[in-house]
Design a protein around this ligand. Sequence first.
Ligand SMILES: [Zn+2]
Length: 248
Amino acid sequence: MVSHEYFQELISMYALGAVGDAERKQVQAHLSECAACRKSLRQEQAAVNTLPFSVAPVEPSQETKLKLFARVDADLAQNHAAHVPQRAMKQTARRAWFAQPVFAFAVLALVALLAIGGWMVLQNLESPEQQAIASIMNDPLVQKISLAGTPDAPDAWGEMYMVPGQSRAVLKVGGLASLPSDKGYEFWFFRGGEPQPSDVFTVNADGTNTVLVNARDKVENFKGWGVTIEPRQGVEKPTGTIVIVGGL
Ligand SMILES: [Zn+2]
């Protein structure tokens, strides 16, 4: 007779789909009569479900990883022992519940977890700008400011996301035309009516983009913002068409 403690240990593997047929049936039978294990399963499933969709890196719990490692370790040992009398193996019609398929599933689950971990590392290394953008957008103190297109660019819109105390912000724009390669959209921070130059950006084929814009002071010290069309390398004072503006 298999104990409740045994199933408690198996639940995280079950949630990952890392158990064999026989085990799955055992777990399902036990779940139907054990509320504590049903609760554990809901928690494990919630954790598993967050894995592929998270923007921020989510590590599988240390406990889950240790359980998986221990499982693979134990199964390797069992598997190795089972291989010694190879003829006996073949003759064994009724294999123990912990035989090969379980080992294979556990290895697959472990590989999947490591792959997810590696993918997150890659994501993080790949684009520091994306990471900085996500960090501002996810900050609990983030403030959103709507910017509008001017009569020269009536379809244009902008949204600025800023966190007080920082000297850069996230700018989302849309409805902007593609520019010749020697031109760019330059962002401006206004203080006391004086525009201070920020970054020059381009837009995607659909007229949108999300970029980091750097200010020469903390973002909360500016009360107005704008976008103009300028030479690609940027200018110190606005000279071109104003396409987006906003102010407090
Ligand atoms: Zn139970």
